[in-house]
Design a protein around this ligand. Structure first.
Ligand code: ZN
Length: 301
């Protein structure tokens, strides 16, 4: 009998954490930070409703911080089990978690310097060093292969098509299977493969960030192309803020496609983010995780 408790991503779209309890086993599926408004971020400081040292394992759907960013804090609170995820998710966490620690240290430093903290001393949730230490608990697993946590409790990862390494987690005991979607990819993404077709599950938990909106039917390349062409014509530059993992690579791909088709070929493109550059390089390392062919890779990235 599995007992499921929602500890995040309910009533909001960040902080994904699901606690699964059996008689003698406790598992967390995803371990994300709350992000966005201050009211939400303050939730990261609230005590967990369980003892982190009594948790047996964590399984991650993917590396985005709202699904993985609480891990250093979990380890800081005494967790010493295994953190299971796909290989590419681990590679991304090695980039994202230390960066998250660095940002928290920077925020605390700035709050102390300019005195905008109500506390005597503003502290980071965790430091870059603590984030790096938490990487020692990671344990990578292959897609499609059952991984046993106890004699009965096991899980299988299948591709969810959202970002590199992203997975559905199907968790089973000898009675039931519960599947966690994590964030869901699209069936016709230009870079990522379509999400896998699930074969069987008793319960399905689907995360939905934009559940009440439909995807636009227009081609994003055309829309981006129009904006760039118009701006260049009046002598301007274009700044595109984008999430480092996933969205940045999609935008680079669309720009590459437009240039290949002969549009604004003389316009240089700069990717001004070491984290996004490192995340983009991983596409080359995990070639079977995406659709880009080898010819595109060097010129696109
Ligand atoms: Zn995500």
């Amino acid at each position: 009998m599995m007992k499921l408790t929602f500890l995040g991503a309910t009533g909001t779209v960040t902080g994904s954490k699901y606690l699964i309890e059996e008689e003698r086993t406790r598992i967390l599926v995803d371990c994300g930070l709350f992000q966005g408004y201050k009211k939400l971020r303050l939730k990261n400081w609230e005590p967990l409703p369980f003892d982190a040292s009594q948790l047996d394992a964590v399984i991650l759907t993917h590396a985005h911080i709202d699904h993985s960013g609480y891990i250093p804090l979990l380890v800081k609170q005494g967790f010493n089990g295994k953190i299971y995820c796909s290989e590419a998710t681990f590679s991304l966490c090695r980039i994202l978690l230390p960066d998250s620690g660095y940002l928290q240290e920077e925020d605390a430093r700035r709050a102390n310097k300019y005195g905008y903290t109500k506390h005597k001393v503003a502290l980071p949730l965790y430091t870059k060093d603590e984030a790096e230490h938490s990487l020692n608990f990671f344990h990578t697993v292959s897609f499609g292969k059952p991984q046993y946590i106890t004699d009965e409790l096991h899980f299988t990862l299948s591709r969810s098509g959202h970002i590199l390494g992203s997975a559905f987690i199907s968790l089973s005991n000898d009675q039931d299977t519960v599947t966690f979607s994590g964030d869901l990819g699209r069936s016709s993404d230009p870079i990522m493969h379509s999400p896998a077709r699930l074969q069987q599950t008793d319960y399905l938990l689907i995360e939905s960030t934009y559940g009440d909106r439909l995807h636009s039917l227009t081609d994003p390349a055309l829309e981006i192309g129009e904006i760039i062409t118009k701006t260049i014509a009046r002598g301007g530059s274009i700044l595109i803020p984008a999430f480092a993992v996933g969205r940045t690579q999609s935008i680079l791909y669309y720009i590459y496609k437009l240039k290949e088709a002969g549009e604004f070929t003389h316009i240089p493109v700069f990717l001004d983010s070491p984290m996004a550059i490192n995340a983009t390089k991983l596409l080359d390392q995990f070639k079977n995780e995406h659709k880009l062919d080898e010819k595109i890779m060097p010129s696109c990235l």
